[in-house]
Each structure stands twice: as structure tokens, then as C-alpha cells.
Design a protein around this ligand. Sequence first.
Ligand SMILES: Nc1nc2c(ncn2[C@@H]2O[C@H](COP(=O)(O)OP(=O)(O)O)[C@@H](O)[C@H]2O)c(=O)[nH]1
Ligand SMILES: [Mg+2]
Length: 326
Amino acid sequence: MQDLLKRFWAGEHRALARLISILENEESGRDELMRQIFSQTGRAYILGVTGSPGAGKSSLVDRLTFLLRRRDLKVGIVAVDPTSPFSGGALLGDRIRMQEHAVDQGVFIRSMGTRGSLGGLANTTKEVVRAMDAFGFDWVIVETVGVGQAELDIMHVADSVVVVLTPGAGDSIQTIKAGIMEIADIFAVNKSDLPGADKVALEVEMMLDLHTAETPWRPPVIKTSSVTGAGVEDLLSAVEKHRAYLMEKGLFQKRREARLRSETLEILDRQWQQLVRKEMKLSEEVNGLLEKVARRKIDPYTAASSILDYVVANSNLRSKKEAGAG
Ligand SMILES: Nc1nc2c(ncn2[C@@H]2O[C@H](COP(=O)(O)OP(=O)(O)O)[C@@H](O)[C@H]2O)c(=O)[nH]1
Ligand SMILES: [Mg+2]
């Protein structure tokens, strides 16, 4: 592991890829790795891009990355979209092929597998973003399809969220899930080279008229085309404006603090569950209680409280023993 980290800190893309695999497969040592890289995190700007399958998210990310690279910023991309794996479109594909031989490897793309539960996916994605942050990317872009709760959860890691809409069929405002509208900091009406983009943009503006009176940030609506490249510079400017707004109002810091707090609680939840599972394997006491519930001898609430008491007491005992031994 120390060897892996050494190569990771040296900027080896293959070490980053390996580290991400460890996170993805929940291999042992994962928590320890996260612990070791934490101090180097918190520097990257994290941009979320979400929208329906086929809206042009990957193509837009491709364009945005191209612009960021022109400013010499390093970009990590995490694509969580089982419907269309990120290929690194025309612009990026060439660039990455070019860079395979170059010293400067400023782009790294990772498509997340869909194995495991979606809840697990959200958690793993957060860790992968963190790994890319520690690796030294200036921007980390996360692409997800805006379908379920897990995808919405993933967007909570982002500092700014772009929701991509299209003039395409069924993408009318009325049919878009409420949750997705609420997380948008910026709207991109993509495929503006096709007819109907103006109408969608107008619909979004009207919706915003109704809903954003209370907040000082009104999400801008930007028409883009990832085919012609039109509007993509404007989209990036809008993201940078949002970033400046977050900084100015102290929201950037506040959000990140809140995120670290809730993440700690998530880790605690996970560790607690592991502890209980371990006790269940080892202790007849816990299994006895579960058995009693199953036979309706006691109620599940009493049993759960007893298990809680038991696990706490027992783990205290164990750590005292370990302390005594050491
Ligand atoms: N006409 C048009 N087609 C686009 C545009 N952006 C993406 N597409 C096409 O839409 C399809 C889906 O694009 P993709 O980026 O994979 O969408 P994703 O599923 O949201 O990531 C591809 O065939 C793209 O070439 C655009 O701005 N205009
Ligand atoms: Mg995609």
C-alpha cells in the first residue's frame, strides 16, 4: 500500500486507477487509504453535471474539459452513467491519446461500474472524487444520469451543479423530476442547434420566476450545443460566477463543512454496522436476542436496545483488553 501511495503522490495515473479500484471493490485497506490521502483533499473544484440519458452530458463535459485544459487546469472526470459509458468524445479523445506520450497528463476519466447497491455507488463516488482531488486535479467533474435518489445524493458532493436539458421529446419542464430542478445551480439547454431550445429556456425561466424569489442566486439558463460548441464558454463562465458567488457569501466554506460533518456520520454508521455484524458473528448473546424476536418472545425494539447495550459494553471491554495487552 505504501508503494501504491508513493506512486500516487508521484502523479502516476495507473496508481490512481488502482486506488480507485480498491475503493470501488471495497477491498480491505480502503478506509486506511482514504485516511492517508485526506490531508491533501479539499482543493479541487467539484462540478456536477446531471440530466436525462442522451441529453449530451458527456459531450458537454468533453467540451468543458477542453476549455479548462486550454487554461492549463487539470481535470478529473467521474462518469456515473450505466446507460452510456464515457468514451472521451472527439475533443477529449484526441487530447488524451496525444497525452499518453506526453509528460503532462492533465485529464483522467473514470466510468463507475454499477456493481453493488446504488447506495454504495453514491458512497464510492464520493470517495473517488476525493481521490481525484487528492491526486491534484484542479477540477473534478461528476456526470450522473438524473434518475434516482442515489444519483441525486451523488450531486451533494458538487460545489456547483449543472442540470442539462434538451429540446428533445419528453424533456419538457413538466416531466422533469422535482428533485433535479432543486439541485440546479445552472441550467444548460443543450442541443440548441436543434429546434425548440428557446422554448425550453423560456419554460425554465418562467419556472424560476415562480420559485427563486427568496434566494439571492438565480440559476442562469444557458443555451449550449456540444456539437457546434456554441454557448460552452458561457456555460463555463456561469459556473465560475456561481463559484465566485459561493466564495463571496461564505457558502463555499459552509457547505463543505456541513458535508464533512455528514460524511463523518455516514462513516460512523458504516463502522457501527460493521461492529454489530462482527458481534453477531461472534456472540451467542446477540443471536439469542434475534432468535427471541423471531419467536415473538420479545419485541424488536427491546431486542435492538439490548443489542446496542451489549455491543457498546462488549467493544469497550475489548478495547480495554487490547489497551492492557499493549
Ligand atoms: N444535435 C446535437 N446532438 C448532441 C448534442 N450534444 C450531444 N449530442 C448527441 O446526443 C447523443 C448523446 O450524447 P451524450 O453526450 O452521450 O449524452 P449523455 O448520455 O447525456 O452523456 C450523442 O449522439 C451526441 O452526439 C448537441 O448539442 N446537439
Ligand atoms: Mg454520458
